[in-house]
Design a protein around this ligand. Sequence first.
Ligand code: NAP
Length: 313
Amino acid sequence: MRTEPLNICVLGGTGFVGTALVSRLTQEGHWVRVPTRNRTHGEALRVLPTVELIEANIHDPGTLDRLVTDMDVVVNLVGILNEHGRSTFQVAHAALAEKLVAALKAARVRRLLQMSSLGASAQGPSRYLRSKGEAEARIHAAPHLDFTLFRPSVIFGPGDSLTNRFAGLLRLSGGLLPLARAQARFAPVYVGDVAEAFVRALGERKTCGETYELGGPEVMTLEEIVRLTARVARLPCHILRLPDALGRLQAAVLGLLPGKPLTLDNFRSLTLDSVCGVEGFARLGLTPRRMMEILPGYLPPPPLPQGLTLPST
Ligand SMILES: NC(=O)c1ccc[n+]([C@@H]2O[C@H](COP(=O)([O-])OP(=O)(O)OC[C@H]3O[C@@H](n4cnc5c(N)ncnc54)[C@H](OP(=O)(O)O)[C@@H]3O)[C@@H](O)[C@H]2O)c1
């Protein structure tokens, strides 16, 4: 359902999900304001006609107040998987949600779409999941808000840090991958479908006050996700399933490397399956796509050696 053009502020709009969502919102004719810590992070958005990219510190309450003033809707996608310096889970998730609730009240903006995560809970096994749970609790406690919460499983698509990362690791290692929590279960969900869920929620009043778990149609283990990635990208793949003691050790070591490929907190998040209880897409009248429908479009196999062609079928 198409809505009137709205003024929408998307926090975290420069990221993987944000770029897909902002692009989709502009297709719907909306005006979108995207604050960023650094304008270069929003390069992909600059070509979109109705996007205003603003360099701003959203953690400063006065700045946040100004950014949300005159908006019809605010979307909060800000999230981190790893802490860096002052960018802690507490700051990026819980404290930001609290500041946002106050800013929306001051600016008399009622509508908030908040990105959370499957497993978010004050009692969650990792600091990531606990801080996401705290953010949810702060929003739930705000009587002046018409909020909708989204809790996706792991998200894939062009530019993701799931399939692209595993393809990169397999390429580097010649296919040998020691994998922690290989049997952890996910319902991988396509970023385009996540964006569609947000767009659908904008047009439907009945989504106010609701929480939607977003999972793709297949439940897969981490190992199955890696094997499918390897198959599509035509990469060799030999997975070494690590028992938890070794997986924890691997996370402790990798967490010390630049870029933190895996941390102990990530490992703790993986101890919880990331699958839906009640499928949010069905509640929204949407049908999510399978990995195999999307992966070949952005994970091309390596080029064939010169002069070699595949037989046409
Ligand atoms: N990707 C997944 O598989 C997945 C699964 C479940 C839930 N989620 C949630 O979905 C949301 C979007 O994820 P994503 O994959 O799109 O993440 P992403 O690509 O890393 O993007 C994160 C966004 O948040 C902003 N940001 C990060 N740290 C910030 C900080 N300290 N202060 C202010 N802004 C900050 C970044 O903005 P600038 O750099 O422009 O300032 C960027 O636009 C997150 O809330 C994440 O937890 C993602």
